[in-house]
Ligand binder design. Structure first.
Ligand code: AGP
Length: 372
């Protein structure tokens, strides 16, 4: 009913708008007064976490994209090797696991059969399983050794939005917590990022306030067949997520690429007026990557692409090459997906509406996939 949708036309719109609160709620009570993380609810002892020699993340779809981003954070802040695998592929390749492997299963619903089967397989090999889940008491957390709940509240739209942002928050918390417990050389950075994370809901809110031009752009592209998405580093999974949203909602051919791969094939797809969304890494921090992506934008534009550039406020290097420029607030490099994903959600939702598609219930899809 209209009341359930809180005045929005679709649950998806409501859920996109709820993201600042969902993010804040997922952080609530998990950062103490001294600015350290307290994750006692993760009932795997600090001693056990210090023994972990490998992290393996399993998930599907959007949750898998959260896992891809988690890998960058976990390896950077903890120096523990981390693999991310589609849950549906995991157990069939006889993965190498033992009691020192920490397996993280990410699932909004907690009922996804592929993810459940992957975690059962991990536990059979003696690994500890930590669930990141949005649904209290669902099967995946019940069968895991520990759970860190995301507090997105119920997500009704089939296309995942607020659950994704909170999965990212939970992944950052786990990565930072592992770093904190194990005491890496990144101690100061970890403390600074925890501070930034506690402010990030405000940044998500600011993105939401500036989305009208994105909606307008989406409407103007309603007649297109294909949209490509490019990103690098944590922007690569964001590109994949943007493409997945567009497939699900707009039924368009959408593909995400690591921008560095362009020259290895995908650049052949570029033609006159093809919309290409580029997620630009922060010019601070890893500025080498930033410069490389700016060259990519130049290359595809020289071949006729219509460039839709998502870049940090104050990043002027991209301006001459952007046919459409979407600004996002500056964040620490690893946290950028929390703000960069939002315009892509809005873009896909508006394109679906413009194409007359059912936003909350896309064809052929179910909210949780309880078959393998
Ligand atoms: C996201 O928009 C999708 N509908 C889908 O990829 C989803 O993320 C995936 O099926 C995993 O679901 P889960 O998080 O409930 O396990």
């Amino acid at each position: 009913s209209a009341a359930e949708k809180g005045g929005y036309d679709y649950f998806m719109l409501k859920e996109i708008a709820e993201q600042p609160k969902a993010v804040a709620d997922t952080l609530l009570g998990r950062i103490d007064a001294a600015g350290s993380l307290s994750l006692d609810e993760v009932r795997i002892s600090a001693a056990e976490l210090r023994e972990v020699d490998k992290v393996v993340i399993v998930a599907c779809g959007t949750a898998f994209h959260a896992g891809m981003i988690a890998k960058y954070a976990i390896e950077h802040w903890t120096r523990i090797p981390c693999e991310v695998e589609l849950a549906s592929e995991f157990r069939y390749r006889d993965p190498i696991l033992d009691s020192r492997s920490l397996v993280i299963a990410i699932s909004q619903s907690g009922e996804t059969m592929d993810t459940l089967m992957a975690l059962r397989h991990a536990r059979e090999q003696g690994s500890r399983v930590l669930a990141i889940c949005n649904t209290n008491g669902s099967t995946i957390p019940r069968e895991s050794d520990a759970v860190l709940y995301t507090h997105a509240g119920p997500e009704v739209a089939v296309a995942s939005t607020k659950a994704f942002l909170t999965q990212l928050v939970a992944c950052y918390l786990v990565a930072l917590y592992l770093g904190q417990v194990r005491g890496t050389k990144w101690g100061d950075e970890i403390r600074a990022v925890i501070r930034d994370l506690s402010q990030i809901a405000g940044a998500v809110d600011r993105v939401l306030e500036t989305m009208e031009p994105v909606r307008e752009l989406a409407r103007s592209l309603a007649g297109k067949d294909t949209v490509l998405f490019l990103g690098r580093h944590v922007g690569y999974p964001v590109a994949l997520e943007g493409a997945l949203k567009l497939k699900e909602l707009a039924y368009m051919h959408a593909e995400g690429f690591a921008a560095g791969e362009l020259k290895h094939g995908p650049i052949a797809l570029i033609e006159e007026d093809l919309p290409v969304v580029v997620v630009v890494p922060s010019p601070r921090g890893r500025s080498v990557l930033h410069d490389k992506i700016v060259s990519n934008i130049q290359e595809i534009r020289a071949r006729g692409a219509r460039t839709i550039v998502i870049a940090e406020e104050g990043d002027e290097a991209v301006t001459p090459y952007a046919d459409h420029l979407v600004r996002i607030p500056a964040t620490p490099v690893l946290l950028q997906p929390l703000v960069a994903t939002v315009p892509l959600q809005v873009f896909a939702c508006e394109l679906a509406t413009a194409r007359g598609n059912e936003v909350d219930q896309p064809r052929n899809l179910a909210k949780s996939v309880t078959v393998e």
